[in-house]
Design a protein around this ligand. Sequence first.
Ligand code: ZN
Length: 179
Amino acid sequence: MKALIVVDMLNDFVTGSLKCDRAQRIIPHIRKLIDSFHKHKLPVIFANDSHLDTDFEMHRWGAHAIEGTEGAEVIPELTPQDDDIIVGKHVYSSFFETPLDSILRSRNVKEVILTGLHTHLCVRHTAADAFFRGYKIIVPEDGVDSFTVEDHESGLAYLKEYYGATLSDASTILKKLPK
Ligand code: ZN
């Protein structure tokens, strides 16, 4: 079983306090993946920063994606449906001290498709924890991005080299879903 994981596609990361212009590029590709996963009744999981203002990360990045604020909501283009799963996180990794691993295991998920922001940061740390837990990792190059092309490309190279991630693109992933 495959699951689609959408990391930090939140107002603060796309248009807000940690705005990333390059995020615009990936929105339509993630949208297509979400729609197709819905159609195939495969799990769609949003892993969202949901910070307290006392979280350790605030010292590094300042206030962002504070739980309950508009900045912490998924961008309107990708608004989750009722059946989607939302996991709130407090650090870069979507697994760290969240129920994500048990959510995946209870659905017999073996393969995770990682999308969202940032290739070299939260996606990378999520991939690390997925790798440590034995998941196969697929990353669409047009479904993840970073503040800069350098961070994006070095992030992809790291995912491939150290976590054995398969680099792909959204349309290839869609073609491989069961008919
Ligand atoms: Zn954060």
